[in-house]
Design a protein around this ligand. Sequence first.
Ligand code: BGC
Length: 732
Amino acid sequence: MITRSIKKASLMAAAMALTALQSGAQTYLNPNAPIEARVQDALSRMTTHEKIKLLHAQSKFTSAGVPRLGIRQLNMDDGPHGVREELEWNTWSPARWTNDSIVAFPSLTCLASTWNRDLSSAYGNAVSEEFAFRGKDIMLGPGVNIQRTPLNGRAFEYMGEDPYLAGEMVVPYIQAAQRNGVACCLKHFVLNDQEIDRFSVNVNVSERAMNEIYLEPFKRAVEKANVWTIMGSYNLWNGVHCCHNDALLNGILKKGWNWDGALVSDWGGTTNTWEAATGGLDIEMGTYTDGKTKESEFTYDDYYLANPFEKLIEEGKVPMSVLDEKASRVLRTIFRTAMNPKKVIGSQCSEAHYDVCRQVGEEGIVLLKNEKNILPLDASKYQKILVVGENATRSLTQGGGSSELKTLRDVSPLEAFQTLYGDKIDYAQGYYSGRAIYDHVDRIDPEKQATLKAEALNKAKSADLIIFVGGLNKNHRQDCENGDRESYDLSYGQNELIAELAKIQKNTIVVTFGGNPYAMPWLNQVKALAHCWYLGSEAGTALTNVLSGKVCPSGKLPVTFAQKYEDYPYVAFGAEAYPGVNKQVYYKEDIFVGYRHFTTNNVKPLFPFGYGLSYTTFSYGKPTVKQENGNVVVSVEVTNQGKMAGKEVVQIYATAPLLSNIPRAAKELKGFAKTRTLQPGETEIVRISIPKDDLRHYDENTHGWALTKGIYTLQVGTNVNDIRRCVTTTID
Ligand code: BGC
């Protein structure tokens, strides 16, 4: 039906273009003409070579327009947490501009932890304004690969382990960014769930898990936000690289989901002329960058979608319609962005952007432990507060790979503590990590490490409160592209250090950064724990606002924190399931990723999915449920019963009726809503609407979605293991 109307629209556009051409009017330059008419008109004026030129890079981060016709090039940049600094035209070296310092926004894991769709929209709006101001048309992000393993080096760039949460949270971001005339380039499509062997690993996954878990957030972004560009992933699926995988890109994405955008390769992700020509790729970027390290004599005209593709067209081996289709998609992107009359001018480092950065941080920090209500901090109780840990001062906007940012101003945790508590604050680094970029890792000097530790332990003796600030950082094999973590433990001796500090001083609070869950053998020894993901430029301010109680914490985990690494579902299946053997990885846990495994197989996590403490408490009324217009609508009263104003995230997990032959997860997130700030005693009626289609499972026999009839239990809770109320509804 939709396909038919798109076809009809492009036929009409072609007719309009022809009339325009005959009358001499330049429809493609008319900002008020419909985009499809502009596309068809532009296409009709272009030579084969000009069309080819649209399809590949002309520099590290741009692809060409058509100068002769005044059609603009596409300027791209990483993404997703801010605009990357300018690089040289042809290399990965910084261009050393002096006006490209920006606001670093919190990592996407942090955004996901807010469970706040409005904040996601504010984030998308603010970050895209920075891209627009820098003259960019496409931001390379956001990312919604599923967090299958806590070792994934790029998890911080994604939105957790649940396809519904990631999908719902990414939609407002994309909508807001694209309203500003900046295209999002959603990455990495698809199954780029580990960094080990990322260029060569072939993922074997069941059709059901592929659809229910891994494709789902991308599908939401296509269907609900009409994301304008998507980046293919490096890895292979069914033996074919995902940047030009015909079944994936032409079959599922373009035909199946009716997507009209442009598929951009990951940098260096194109490997084969025939597949590049026929496998659904539209813009080839970064070929022969060889893992970002070496440049070669290879020119832009040698790209697979450049001269080699043109030769295939000239020889008639690939029909002109394939070239026209690709060129149309790129032209559409140009008219949506670079030549969009509504594209905003944008701004860089505005106070409004810092505000968004801070708010996302404040709502994304997850309070995991708060014994005896040591938090919010009552500083009058303490004379000497010792801050320990490298992350209290380290710039965490640097490192990590392509998402590294050059910022104008950052507030570190230590600075913010000093601003708030003045002379009471002392600092000891406690450990060091060195800098590690890609394959280079600084060797840790044990003597230096011991000296730092001794100094911290010594200072601890005279402190009456310790705030440890550590966790992961953006080093290689911590949170960084092209490498996964080597262990579930924190590195650099942090476990021992925290344990020893806590022995000396019982008032120890731990603050961690990082995109992943991790083991915490010292948990029982410390009074409080807050996990911050990465907080960007306003890190210190957001953190101290939460710890001091200026803001009531409301972040909830988008991933399960297991007690031990072995509890993650794929681990039991050995190396074949992660990181793969002979470049083949098998997703043997199937649909039981993250909490789907923990809840179904009764494995007790350390902190469940959706978990996060508050300084206040909320009570849940008796929910009501009704079905209207194809939706199941649950309403529930939530009341703030504590003494501090705060927000609550209401989560709905569905349990489907069991069909004997179809395994189902015990609980699946199907709806959520964050309340407004509720004053003590205040009540909000939260209404959550679940489309019945969202209750379907994927049926491998029919290769389609199926809705099981019967009684569904909808569990209303504050995390997946803390269900406050249940209702049932019957689907006939
Ligand atoms: C990364 C992408 C990034 C691109 C350009 C690749 O190595 O995987 O996420 O956008 O480089 O920097």
